[in-house]
Design a protein around this ligand. Sequence first.
Ligand code: SF4
Ligand code: SF4
Ligand code: SF4
Length: 272
Amino acid sequence: MKGPVGILIDTTRCIGCESCVAACKQANGLGPDRRWRGQEAATGLSATRFSTVLRLPHERFVLQQCRHCVEPACVSACLVGAMRKTPEGPVVYDPDRCMGCRYCLVACPFGIPRYQWSAAEPKVRKCTMCYARLQEGKLPACVEACPEHATIFGPRERLLAEAHRRIADQPGRYLPRVFGEHDVGGTSVLYVSDASLDFLSWRGGPDPQPLPALTWASLKRVPPMFLVVGGLMGGIRWVIGRRMRVAAEEGAAAPPPAGGAEQGGEGGRPHD
Ligand code: SF4
Ligand code: SF4
Ligand code: SF4
């Protein structure tokens, strides 16, 4: 995989079949959608749905997923480095580092990350651009599954050139703009469309401002107490969890007790 890579989504080719969503669920081992009280359908992004297809008026469909920002606000907001921008482009997440503060949820200008609210040990969940599949030389599952080739994968620069070529070749079919080329400092998931997609961002308009600045702009919207308490609770849970892990590792590495041949066998070596 040569980076930085990305995905180009052409909404004018999308028929709303949701094969991409089904493939994403299967590739990521996600369970069935859960309907929350008061909801008619569980079709929004959730801890068990990393991508979804938004249905707009006039039979328009928009695949929504993490944009894998060039300068991700979620990464700059994460105090313990659980969110990481890879050199290849995907923004990935390490659940073992996460302390559950949920700053990334607040910081994301596209409202993408979700939290496992009902889990005993909740984690943040989002699209990783199928990073593990990419490292095996495979396509992202959603791209592979699309019967209309509404999504294509490749180096970001090549996708940008392809997007501009389509717009120049068919100016009546597309708005004269590649969504994600400059928005919030640029994103690795790009769109060409015949309708504005600015509504996907909480700022509701084109905004080339680099994301670290947006991170703090968005965090400032949240009552300070929420962030402080959330951070403290998350920090305490993270420290306790880390101590337990270290204790477990030290226990596993400790020499067997004297006369403990039944535990370690001859010479203290474990049985195969
Ligand atoms: S869209 Fe949100 S979650 Fe995805 S990389 Fe950008 S800031 Fe992070
Ligand atoms: S790139 Fe992978 S994880 Fe992301 S939406 Fe597509 S299938 Fe899901
Ligand atoms: S699989 Fe392709 S055509 Fe079907 S909803 Fe997804 S992006 Fe649209």
